[in-house]
Design a protein around this ligand. Structure first.
Ligand code: ANZ
Ligand code: ZN
Length: 826
């Protein structure tokens, strides 16, 4: 008998499949049969594919191989999210250009993905750093600019004074730069933004039509943060009004102070109004606040710092004098950045008032008049509120708005902010804009709000990323591209024909990945980002498998792009991902997140070398439910390897047996096979890969028992078996199929076996139980067991006992299989 040699088998079939170009190209398809499976865009890191990639790749591959066998036209593309910081930081350290490290990493990834037998469509492969791709990223930028949705704006950004660069929020860890550790400050800089807020309501509404994990849907809704409340105006005197956003106008009589976010205090020019003796304490508080990130301010901070400005506003109803404070628990970017402090009913205001000795005035009690214990923050009944006392919270809000239209107005706010997309970084897609100083001075420009700025004409795209002598940002925080040649930087002004300067910032890599699933369907089109016909043929995506950590940003940005392109008439659909699932994390053998520093990283290449790719695939699916986090277990890998071995051996032994005569599968094994056919198919299509593997293992146990009794599977059943392991273990299945079938086509081009439905229902037979030839009782038994005399005797004894008739052991029993049992009592 030949021993199982996975590496020899797998290399043989890899070559064969490659030469046959199985699964390539976007073929024409009937709309109802199309299936677009999307693997989350991977960053080609220098350390290669990890076992987490294998998990999602294998899961989708198993699914699509199964679906192809059931007649679906599958599109399963691959590509690389290739721009980004790691390659650039590596370049700063070593001087090796990001282009080179990225291309090498992609080549490595390609080899690894192919090696595990992932049936992707390599003809659609793309990388975001290819100019044929980013030409269209730039084109979308220009379309957004033309629609007024890409604009420049001064905004407060994370700034590392050591590295002299803007950092993304994700690059700021506990207020420090993740590269050099120095403390990050907030700086006001002009940046490019996309107006995602235009679609905030649609982005909430669209979630109703997608099949996504509920928690992800919730996270998107929270991120957008729609909140309905009231705008409340407080008069500061001298025509200055401070406007608050509140969801609880019913508490307006409980306002004992006003709080302004530090940035807003500056923005409103209120520093000038502060009296001399308070100026230095106010200034030092404002400075300290600029060193904190918004994240630090938003969460975790128990300490509610603040400073009294000495200013007062008038209460809109009572006219009482209310002190104005500055405190950084109020966020500049939410609502109006000004909050009416109601310490009796808002926990944050309560903490603030306690810390600074401010008055606390209860104005709401529960509907049934019970004294509230401590802070009462729910709706209830108004107290201490003049003529509004005794009204319910809801009634009071309506009445207050009606009574004081100058002070109160209904208002809806959102947490979502426009997307800041410019980066002072090298390794990204250049922003395709130019600026002309003289046009700006003459009041000219493509957009009246942005004098001097012009988009690069479509015919001149792509704006290629230039060569630069060094990848570090310059001292004044400019992009390294500032150091590109003069001939790259300066170009003809589209407005006046004079000299214009190119934008040297690049786009956030999230821009690149917001539309890759559209490009896949027509990856090499040089006239459009994708043809209408191909888009219509394949999109939207039928199934997106992506890690749960991407629940907000990437998915929200992609949905925004699709909504925009839909509105512009380029797409016929407005939600990109109909169905989405998250895979869980694969943890190290020590149950912790794998990381080099913990020394618990499992390298898939090592597993393949030892056990082959089929074992790696099947093991990762067998680890547990796809969406659960699972720890690696080396002994369980061995177990799966033994399972592969066993299948290989069983097929050979079965073939050996059939040499001495045609085999007919026994009834019980046949039933189990057909049930397994159904179960494996159903489990794969519902992402229950672990139970599909378990069912195959159970079947192989029964089969092995049969072989030991010199029984086995018929030729046809043997073929069926190799087909149902094909999605999970594609190499082994192909090898076995070659052994058991005369058909020369790949097992992967065959249909999923049809289960014999008569074998799936357990027909039952009724057995009559007699005592001395007189009918006493009856029982039922699955028909395939109804021929088993010993079982019938046992069951008849039990049935009689239930009917109150005990029979001693040794009683003679006459059995007519499938019909009756007669106990003969002396
Ligand atoms: C008075 C009040 C009394 C409030 C009360 C709440 C409870 P959501 O639901 O998240 O929209 N707020 C408004 N702008 C803020 C800002 N920039 N930073 C921090 N807090 C801010 O929250 C709205 C509530 O959050 C508003 O209603 C306001 O406090 C506060 F018993 O006004 B409320
Ligand atoms: Zn000009």
């Amino acid at each position: 008998m030949k021993p199982y040699n996975p590496n020899a088998i797998e290399e043989k079939w890899l070559k064969h499949w490659q030469s046959k170009k199985l699964f390539q190209g976007t073929a024409a398809t009937k709309p109802q049969d199309k299936y677009y499976a999307l693997w989350a865009f991977a960053y080609p890191s220098g350390s290669g594919l990890h076992v987490g990639h294998v998990e999602s790749l294998a899961a989708l591959d198993i699914l699509v191989r199964y679906l192809r066998m059931t007649g679906k036209d599958v599109f399963f593309p691959v590509g690389w999210d290739a721009f980004g910081l790691p390659a650039e930081n590596y370049a700063i350290k070593t001087g090796i250009p990001p282009e080179k490290t990225t291309r090498d990493a992609i080549t490595n990834f390609e080899g690894q993905v192919k090696r595990i037998g992932i049936s992707m469509d390599w003809e659609s492969e793309l990388a975001t750093c290819d100019s044929e791709y980013y030409k269209w990223t730039q084109w979308i930028f220009v379309k957004l600019f033309e629609a007024g949705l890409a604009y420049r704006d001064k905004s407060s950004v994370n700034w590392c004074p050591q590295d002299k660069t803007v950092l993304a929020n994700e690059q700021v860890i506990n207020g420090a730069c993740d590269r050099c550790g120095s403390s990050v400050i907030q700086k006001d800089l002009e940046q490019w933004k996309f107006k995602i807020t235009k679609y905030q309501d649609e982005l909430i509404k669209g979630l109703e039509k997608v099949d996504w994990p509920q928690s992800t849907r919730d996270q998107q809704i929270n991120w957008i943060g729609k909140s309905e409340g009231t705008s409340v105006k407080f008069n500061l005197g001298e025509d200055k009004i401070l406007e608050c956003f509140s969801t609880r106008l019913d508490t307006v009589f409980g306002v004992t102070f006003l709080v302004i976010a530090p940035e807003k205090f500056k923005e409103f020019g209120l520093e000038a109004l502060v009296e001399e003796k308070r100026k230095s304490s106010v200034a030092s508080y404002l400075d300290a606040a600029s060193h904190k990130t918004e994240e630090q301010r938003r969460v975790g901070e128990k300490d509610k710092t603040g400073v009294d400005t000495g200013l007062f506003v008038a209460h809109p109803i009572t006219g009482a004098q209310i002190p104005v404070w500055i405190a950084d628990y109020v966020l500049a970017g939410y609502g109006t950045g000004v909050v009416m402090g109601v310490p009796a009913h808002d926990p944050r205001d309560h903490a603030f008032a306690m810390q600074h000795g401010l008055e606390i005035k209860p104005v709401i009690e529960s509907e049934n008049g019970e004294e509230s214990q401590g802070l009462f923050s729910d709706y209830g009944k108004l107290i201490n509120s003049g003529k509004y006392s005794d009204l319910s919270s809801k009634e009071a809000i309506t009445k207050l708005i009606a009574d004081y239209p100058q002070a109160f107005a209904k208002k809806t706010t959102y947490k979502l902010r426009d997307w800041l997309i410019s980066r002072q970084r090298y390794w990204g897609a250049p922003i395709p804009m130019v600026f002309c100083e003289s046009c700006a001075q003459e009041g000219k420009g493509a957009n009246k709000q942005m004098l001097g700025w012009y988009a690069v004409a479509e015919a001149q795209l792509p704006v290629k990323l230039p060569q630069v002598p060094d990848f570090r940002p310059t001292d004044d925080g400019k992009s390294p591209i500032e150091k590109a040649s003069e001939s790259w930087k300066f170009t003809k002004c589209p407005g006046c024909g004079g000299q214009a300067k190119r934008e040297v910032d690049t786009m956030d890599t999230f821009v690149d990945s917001s539309w890759y699933f559209l490009r896949y369907v027509d990856a090499h089109n040089d006239r459009e980002f994708a043809s209408k016909e191909k888009l219509k043929q394949w999109l939207p995506v039928d199934n997106y498998l992506i890690g749960a950590e991407h629940s907000v940003l990437h998915l929200l940005y992609s949905r925004f792009f699709v909504k925009f392109l839909h509105e512009q008439g380029y797409l016929s659909f407005d939600e990109p991902f109909l169905k989405m699932r998250h895979q869980g994390m694969i943890l190290g053998p020590d149950n912790r997140k794998m990381s080099k520093s913990k020394g618990n990283v499992i390298n898939p290449d090592d597993v393949i070398e030892k056990f082959g790719a089929d074992t790696l695939r099947v093991y990762e699916m067998f680890m547990g439910p796809l969406d659960a986090d699972k720890a690696w277990d080396t002994s369980a890998v061995n177990g799966v390897y033994r399972f592969m071995n066993r299948i290989y051996t069983l097929v050979q032994r079965n073939l050996e047996l059939s040499k001495s005569g045609e085999i007919k599968t026994n009834e019980a094994l046949r039933r189990q096979l057909h049930k397994t056919i159904v179960k494996v198919g159903k489990d794969i299509s519902t992402y229950h890969f672990n139970t599909a593997v378990a069912a195959l293992m159970e079947f192989s146990n029964s089969w092995s028992e049969a072989i030991n009794k010199s029984e086995g599977l018929s030729q046809a059943d043997l073929v069926s078996f190799t087909k149902i392991i094909a999605p999970l273990a594609p190499f082994l299945a192909e090898e076995l199929f070659e052994l058991v079938s005369q058909n020369k086509k790949s097992v992967h081009q065959h249909a999923w076996p049809e289960a014999d439905s008569s074998l799936l229902v357990e027909a039952e037979v009724e057995i009559v139980v007699q005592v001395n030839a007189k009918v006493r009782t009856r029982f039922s038994i699955p028909s395939h067991e109804s021929q088993d005399k010993e079982a019938l005797k046992r069951l008849a004894t039990a049935a009689l006992k239930q009917a109150g008739i005990e029979i001693t052991t040794g009683t003679q029993m006459i059995v007519v299989p499938g019909k009756l049992v007669n106990a003969v009592l002396k």
